[in-house]
Design a protein. Sequence first.
Length: 182
Amino acid sequence: MLTTLAKLKRVMQISAEDTSMDENLLLLIASASQSIENHCKRSFRKQRYTERMSGQSSLYLNLRNYPIHQVEEIRAGQILDSYEDIGDGRLYRKQGWPIGEHNISVTYTGGYVLPGDATESEPRTLPESIELACLLYIQMLGRNPGTKSERVGDISVTYSDDSQALPAPVSALLTPYVGRWV
């Protein structure tokens, strides 16, 4: 999850000792985290991934769950080597990648150390703006979810039709982390 229960409680000014809403808050954190990952077309947790992709006439291979910490293996019928990790999930190979349909398999460790997974030896690396986007989204979900506008006199409510979109402030915080090539 992209934030912790303790952090959400501090932001929402809920006492740490008050556990009456913990189950609901954890559900909101999980839902907001999943929505953000869906929006960004990637996973943020640092873990081992295996991606299958199609080789194209390019010197670059773009992995989804960057930053890349270690490439374990790249296969295209045989193990491929002589490549370079050039950052942002991009692998460069001077001779190019074998062309074919879903012919390349890459096993690697990538992603960020999430706030709830951080330890003293491996501190959190998730950018603050992603956690802030999650916290902000949770707060927005708690306030009239789906309501675009309200009016009290003569009672009028307009519901938002963008059920697939994240709110603009949340989306703006996430823009640098949206999968650019997937």
